[in-house]
Design a protein around this ligand. Structure first.
Ligand code: SF4
Ligand code: SF4
Ligand code: FES
Length: 537
């Protein structure tokens, strides 16, 4: 491993590590626009100039294109380096519009940061700036302001190298050079939002975040995308203090969180832009009894009465629980302890044929739209039941063998279409737990509103078996509650022998029963070894 000296500090780095990465290991940030560790090296922006002394000779060179070599001495802060970086910056800002007050990227822009750190010169330009196309649509999710672009080419390389199709390009020469859509192409790949994260300035922007919030108002929690079984690591950015711009909207955007074992720096657009279901007028807000609004106490008492009334007749064989694999491991664990072990329902099903098979690819997206099918399987959901296939349970209901049904988050209407009323007519009672209003909730004997992942904490197990924790961003909508808490309250009424106060105590108990799950230190920082590779480049 080569040993080098950067700003008088010695460091040993793996063979092939470039000087930007080596410096970052020492906590030294070498300014850069075009370099990103997830893309090929372009060496085009010229911002990463450093002084390199090697074999008795000194030179000014790029940090991104130079791998650390034994015996190198590097200076990132010599007067000469500072002068060159300042000059490059002045050149890049020559035609840059003074848009900061209205730019969504303000506060997160590398050009702003570097100007404050390395620029701080007076404007010497006394002629009009060169103008380029202002804000226009680059694709369904992304807009482009070519005037703000510093031509680093990261977005172009993302489309070429990660997605594998030319959708953006840099055209023209000199001051005329401009970033545009590739001729005849829309920026419509299913990972298009990543170019917004990659863009070091406010040239590429999320259309759904445009003028929504200043970045410095945003708060952030660590989360896991619930939109497919990959379990990409994300940040939820939210703001509940400045809602004059968009009343009722708390979740402002989702951003990828680096995890080398799952998604590296990327997320797909399905996951990124899927958050509108959270602050949505269609959310289930209150418990219902026969379609009429009620309180939790009344709804739980009614649920208890219905379940108790069926324990003798039709008895456990005539009772079923259908649960969609979007519930967390803590929910699954308590559902098993309540419905399988306490009231002993004989039929537990989760293997719901997906309403919507996703178009899987070899980047991240899987074909399973549910985030926790693996957790259900690992925890043995349905393992001692008569039937574990949703389709078999539904068949048994139509055959008159099952008379009481609890449904959690399952889109039965989508599955059965106009057969749904015939199914309900076969049941003595139906209890529905869900996050969004539906006609099934209106028709149910009891309907209970559930919180979404952004409104609670918990764990999902991804398609590869990785148990991943997510944090709560905002309070549950209306009177909704996390599913594990509903099960806890119902369990208490049905004489369950367990009691849990918090999500992490449910997980602790789960991990005691299932030692393979005891890999997650609930209080630790999510067990991800970031090493050198941070979220933000
Ligand atoms: S739009 Fe952004 S990412 Fe693309 S070349 Fe310009 S500055 Fe770089
Ligand atoms: S690949 Fe799956 S888990 Fe990852 S962001 Fe997309 S939908 Fe979410
Ligand atoms: S980061 Fe090295 S030239 Fe752009």
């Amino acid at each position: 491993m080569p040993e080098i000296i950067i700003n008088d500090q010695q460091i040993e780095v793996p063979e092939g590590t470039n000087l930007i990465l080596a410096a970052r290991k020492l906590g030294i940030d070498i300014p850069h626009f075009c370099y990103h560790p997830g893309l090929s090296v372009a060496g085009s922006c010229r911002m990463c100039q450093v002084e390199i002394e090697q074999n008795g000779r000194k030179r000014i060179d790029l940090a991104c294109t130079n791998p650390a070599q034994d015996g190198m001495t590097v200076k990132t802060d010599s007067p000469e380096v500072k002068g060159i970086v300042k000059a490059v910056l002045e050149f890049l800002l020559l035609n840059h519009p003074t848009d900061c007050p209205i730019c969504d990227d303000a506060g997160e822009c590398k050009l702003q940061d570097y100007y404050m750190l390395h620029g701080l010169y007076d404007n010497r330009l006394n002629v009009d700036k060169w103008h380029k196309p202002k804000v226009h649509r680059a694709g369904p999710n992304v807009m482009l302001d070519a005037e703000r672009c510093v031509l680093c080419g990261r977005c172009v390389r993302f489309c070429d190298e990660i997605w594998g199709e030319k959708q953006l390009g840099i055209f023209g020469h000199g001051s005329d050079e401009v970033l545009m859509n590739y001729p005849g192409k829309d920026l419509d790949n299913p990972y298009s939002g990543n170019v917004v994260d990659l863009c070091p300035v406010g040239a590429l922007l999320d259309r759904d975040f445009h003028f929504q919030r200043r970045s410095w108002y945003l708060k952030s929690v660590k989360s896991i995308c619930p939109s497919c079984s990959r379990g990409c690591n994300t940040y939820i950015h939210f703001d509940t203090d400045h809602d004059y711009k968009s009343a009722g909207k708390r979740i402002m955007r989702l951003k990828p969180r680096y995890n080398v074992d799952v998604n590296r720096w990327w997320i797909c657009d399905r996951g990124r832009y899927g958050y509108s279901s959270i602050d949505n007028p269609n959310r289930a807000l209150t418990p219902l009894i026969a379609g009429g609004e009620t309180g939790w106490e009344q709804a739980l008492t009614k649920s208890e009465t219905l379940i108790r009334s069926s324990l003798k007749k039709p008895g456990p064989d005539g009772l079923a629980l259908l649960m969609a694999p979007n519930a967390t491991n803590e929910d699954v664990y308590l559902a098993l302890r309540l419905f399988r072990d306490t009231v002993k329902f004989a039929n537990l099903g989760y293997d719901i044929p997906s309403m919507e098979k996703l178009a899987a690819d070899n980047i991240l997206l899987t074909d399973d739209p549910y985030p926790n099918r693996r957790g259900f399987k690992d925890l043995g959901f349905g393992s001692i039941s008569n039937t574990s296939e949703a389709a078999e349970i539904i068949e048994a209901i139509f055959a008159g063998q099952i008379k009481g049904l609890v449904v959690c988050g399952t889109n039965l209407e989508g599955m059965l279409g106009n057969q749904i009323d015939n199914l309900i007519a076969k049941l003595d009672w139906l209890i529905v737990l869900d996050t969004h209003k539906s006609s099934l909730m209106d028709k149910a004997s009891v309907a209970l509103p559930l919180a979404l992942p952004a409104e609670r904490e918990g764990t999902f197990t991804n398609v590869k078996g990785l148990v991943q924790k997510f944090e709560k961003a905002v309070e549950p909508t209306g009177q909704s509650l996390p599913l594990w808490e509903v099960l806890q309250r119902l369990g208490k009424r049905l004489n369950a022998k367990w009691s849990f106060e918090e999500t992490h105590t449910v997980f602790k108990s789960l991990a005691e029963d299932k030692p393979e799950y005891d890999t997650l230190n609930w209080l630790a920082t999510f067990g991800v070894n970031k090493g050198l590779y941070l979220d933000s480049w």
